[in-house]
Design a protein around this ligand. Structure first.
Ligand code: SF4
Length: 290
């Protein structure tokens, strides 16, 4: 179900840009996410999204954003996509992500877009404009295998479509990279899967990878994930219960070997394991009076 709501605020902020994504201001135009990845952490109770199948549309997002940005004293990177993908199917109708980018371009703020969708290409013109200040696009890839992704991320565009979008963005001067997270234990935790992601990133012009292999599971998100495992991989949820019990962090048993493999391949392809940062222009020095 799609519901329109009025938001009270649009931007959450941090004192310093966060160490992973380089983001100072975070915003989510939608609540709930139509991509419906079976492992999505946003289903957890702490985020208070009653039904993750519903999508709430913040219809007053654009005037709110304009007002909030006008009152900011510090220019910092605005992050899209932490709790809900900014480019799900509903964005085709509402175009709120596009309108937000128009405001950001006009007010000359830097952005970091995080998505699983090639719909981001629709906004190439705005991203180019914003990139006069700073713009990067990160695509999440937990596998480069389209068939596997169709099970794990059922309504998101396939990895091959994400990678083609990445290549087009890179050819147009927008730096892109990959969020390699999470890696699902007993499904995606093979050296071949990691190799597939890194080689595909390299082949499509990605210039960074941020890995985090552990899968976090808690409360109703765990229940949903196990339901989906039972549908697609009978017996696997029991293997999780035996291996991890009620743990929040579910790390692949071979994580060390996988991390070593990833580090060595990224070194071979000269891909840094860090997201590029926006650097504010240096302030002109004040002239001394005497
Ligand atoms: S795209 Fe991201 S926010 Fe959307 S369902 Fe998948 S993991 Fe969750």
């Amino acid at each position: 179900m799609i519901r329109e709501i009025e938001a009270k605020t649009m931007l959450s902020h941090r004192k310093e840009p966060d160490s992973w994504f380089g983001v100072k201001y975070n915003m989510n135009i939608y609540r709930g996410c139509q991509h419906q990845c079976i492992y999505c952490d946003s289903r957890s109770e702490c985020y208070q999204i009653e039904d993750f199948n519903d999508v709430l549309v913040k219809v007053n997002a654009i005037p709110l954003l304009r007002r909030e940005l006008a009152s900011k004293r510090i220019k910092g990177t605005i992050g899209f996509g932490s709790m809900s993908d900014p480019y799900t199917q509903i964005e085709r109708k509402y175009q709120l992500t596009r309108q937000a980018l128009e405001v950001i371009a006009e007010m000359r703020y830097p952005v970091h877009m995080l998505t699983k969708s090639d719909l981001v290409l629709r906004d190439l013109d705005l991203l180019k404009q914003i990139n006069e200040v700073f713009a990067i696009v990160s695509f999440t890839l937990t596998t480069a295998d389209d068939d596997l992704a169709a099970i794990l991320e059922p309504h998101a565009p396939l990895p091959s479509a994400r990678l083609r979008a990445m290549q087009t963005l890179v050819e147009n001067g927008i730096p892109c990279g990959v969020m390699l997270m999470p890696i699902l234990p007993f499904i995606e935790d093979t050296p071949e899967n990691i190799t597939g992601i890194i080689e595909a990133t390299h082949q499509h012009g990605g210039s960074y990878i941020l890995p985090s292999m552990g899968l976090s599971l808690r409360d109703r998100q765990r229940e949903y994930y196990f339901e989906k495992l039972d549908e697609h991989y009978p017996g696997l949820s029991d293997k999780y219960r035996q291996a991890y019990g009620e743990s929040y962090q579910n790390v692949p048993p071979n994580i060390r070997a996988l991390e070593e493999h990833l580090t060595s391949l990224c070194r071979q392809y000269h891909i840094p394991l860090r997201v590029p940062r926006y650097t504010p222009p240096a302030q002109p020095q004040q002239m001394a009076l005497f």
